[in-house]
Design a protein around this ligand. Sequence first.
Ligand code: SF4
Length: 274
Amino acid sequence: MIAPVDRPQSETQPLYHRDYISFSAIGTYQQCPLRYYFKYVAGLPEKFTTASLAVGGAIHHAVEYHFNQLMAGDEPPSRDELLSAFWEGWQSRCSNTAIRFGKHENLDVIGETADRVIEAFRASDFARPDGRLLGVEEELREPLIPGLPDILGRIDLIVETADALKIIDLKTARSRWSAGQAERAGEQLLLYAALAKDLVPGKPIQLEFAVITKAKAPTLECFGVSLNQPRIERTKRVMRSVWSAIESGHFYPVPSPQACPGCSFRNECAAWSG
Ligand code: SF4
């Protein structure tokens, strides 16, 4: 297991008191700068989360439990143990914030989804990694980009095989990804590669998305992402530009049918006068 890093301050602490930034915070700014402001600068609590996001978080919790058991040298957890871990993850989200269900969503439907996803996960090769598990939900933090706070990455799975160090991020999705879609979404993994570059000196890094669908017949597919140094540098430059905009106080709404329905700051947004 990798030595733990100092735990960062809460992601919801106001920006000017934080000394790190995560890829997901930068992504929030890119999606809607005003949402970033409400969450990270004003430090407003999320009033609700969508059931879909809560299911994704609960699946992550169950998968994390599975790999932690393997890393401790124990047998893979049973289906019932993974379902318990799923509901534990679900409960922890319910205790922090209200859950907003979509049309046709209720606890029975979510229970059936959890059942099917966990079956698909247990049956997959991904659940039995070929190599040594080095980290599960591992936090890596480095002063990676001059002029920015430390960059924080929370890596779902780190596996050392005979010829590579695999950095894996688990995604839950409504539908299957294509290889091109994984490649296009690769910035997050490229940043993780930069954070993990000294973990096992001399060993090449491989990047992978494991994508599990929450469909009627769930699938779990793994997609490699090319390790491309110019693209890593480009990602860093983009992060620097975003940070510069944040520091300059450039906050404005970017309404969209994808983001706004799941945004818990809609009232504040409507009242914001610019
Ligand atoms: S409601 Fe939409 S535009 Fe307003 S802050 Fe939220 S995501 Fe941005």
